[in-house]
Write a protein that binds this ligand. Structure first.
Ligand code: PLP
Length: 457
């Protein structure tokens, strides 16, 4: 931090000049926020001297924690060697070449090409252009409709927010008219009297119905996150993905798996589509690919698609100044080094994830917990007033916001979506730190229960 600026002054300047993402500008200008000054391991430190345990891996990206010096060094060294050169006009750079190669190496065999962007949003915009070009080149230009799901999050550019199913975003900017949304596989919210398995089949069938309604002849692609992250860590019923896979297999449409959260070990495999055994044609990645240390996203393109894109020639009219930025790609390579050559991933999957799930599930008996769901190292705890009817504590997610604020006050950084508390802890979290996380959460749940007049714990 600039030594000449005290914390009070920094906060005031922030309120005066800095417009924050997904923030109520008026509220922020009045009340301000927190200046995060440094981070170490799984802890962030703010300019007021608070230490806060990060249960979200930053914004789902710092899966390996904040102290991966190898990644920091790789970026610094790359900046000294080649700080920038573009990948347009028949130019390339070594980190971009190596990262494209390494990423296709960790993906299934049919993925052999990578297009780089700076973010997940841009990568999903790129996917739209890939699927449109694919069908144009195949002589089926009318196949341009894309099916997505309500409450999906695919990013915030106009393309990506149109793909997403967030009402608030759709209300503020008109979305693209060729994108259609089906119901999400969110049993807790929508399952009613159906069993999980019944509901999973019902939600999968929504895809078949939508394809039939729009006409397979017109539909280019289906895009989905294996687990909807920002939507509230929605883990589909076990019946959902096998049924969707079958529907996709029977039809000529492309499948884009948005792995921006699920990729790079979050659900226990390299990619979430491997956890759920689906077969995407295109894969979107970002976030954890650099452990969040540098901006980078991109698309993994299967042979089925790239064969068509390459065969016919003609320029793909799309690209970003920083596509394949050497320093971002260097961060990606160093991140893969940690993931492939240290035991972090294996320990996270075999030891940490089961322990985390077990401890968190222990909160299932709490009077305001309606459901605990977890897969690998991503989880959600649904807050309710009544477990049987799943009646909520208060309207408009107010109780989850209250609970989140109590958790943060006690030194635990968590997020809330709707009435769910959501978690995506770093893979380097120790078992003791899981205990601390769960204890702090239990404490926040107690305070929330008593605030809303629920007793009996
Ligand atoms: C965060 C996210 C994105 C958008 O990535 P940005 O880098 O913020 O543009 C896209 N898809 C999913 C699933 C995400 O979680």
């Amino acid at each position: 931090m600039n030594a000449t600026l005290g914390t009070t002054q920094l906060k005031q300047l922030d309120q005066n000049h800095h417009l924050h993402p997904f923030t109520d500008f008026r509220d922020y200008a009045e009340h301000g926020g927190r200046i995060v000054s440094r981070a170490e391991h799984v802890y962030i430190y703010d300019s007021d001297g608070n230490r806060i345990q990060d249960a979200m891996s930053g914004l789902w990206c710092c899966s390996l924690g904040y102290s991966q010096d190898g990644i920091k060094r790789a970026v610094a060294e790359q900046l000294m060697e080649l700080p920038f050169y573009n990948n347009f006009f028949r130019c390339s750079n070594q980190p971009a070449v190596e990262l494209a190669t390494r990423l296709t190496g960790v993906a299934p065999d049919r993925f052999n090409r990578v297009f780089f962007t700076n973010s997940g949003s841009e990568a999903n915009d790129t996917q739209i252009k890939f699927v449109h070009r694919y069908y144009q080149l195949l002589g089926k230009p009318q196949k341009r409709l894309i099916i997505s799901r309500k409450n999906a999050y695919h990013g915030s550019t106009i393309g990506a927010s149109s793909l997403g199913g967030m009402n608030a975003m759709h209300q503020q900017t008109q979305g693209l008219n060729y994108i259609h949304h089906i119901e999400q596989p969110h049993w807790f919210e929508l399952g009613g009297d159906m069993s999980r398995d019944e509901f999973g089949l019902w939600a999968a069938n929504e895809l078949a119905k939508k394809i039939d309604e729009l006409g397979e002849y017109n539909v280019a692609a289906f895009i989905a996150e294996p687990i909807q992250g920002a939507g509230g860590v929605i883990i589909p019923p076990d019946t959902y993905w096998p049924a969707v896979k079958e529907i996709l297999n029977e039809r000529d449409i492309l499948f884009i798996s948005d792995e921006v959260i699920c990729g790079f070990g979050r659900t226990g495999e390299w990619f979430g589509f491997q956890t759920y055994d689906t077969e995407p044609d295109l894969v979107t990645f970002a976030k954890a690919v650099t452990n969040g240390y540098m901006p980078l996203g991109g698309c993994l393109v299967s042979d089925k698609v790239s064969d068509v894109l390459l065969a016919s020639g003609g320029e793909f009219a799309h690209g970003l100044t920083y596509s394949g930025h050497p320093a971002s790609c260097a961060a990606g390579l160093a991140t893969l080094d940690v993931m492939e050559h240290t035991p972090i991933l294996e320990t996270a999957t075999k030891t940490l994830a089961p322990y985390f799930t077990d401890k968190l599930s222990g909160l299932g008996d709490h009077p305001i917990v309606g459901e605990v769901r977890a897969k690998g190292l991503v989880a959600a705890v649904e807050l309710v007033r009544d477990k049987g009817s799943r009646e909520r504590l208060a309207p408009e997610s107010e109780a989850a916001v209250y609970c989140r604020d109590r958790a943060i006050e006690s030194g635990l950084m968590v997020r809330q979506t709707g009435d769910a508390m959501i978690f995506s802890p770093p893979f380097v979290t120790t078992l003791e730190e899981v205990d601390a996380l769960v204890n702090n959460l239990a404490d926040a749940l107690d305070k929330t229960a008593s605030h809303y007049g629920v007793h009996g714990w």
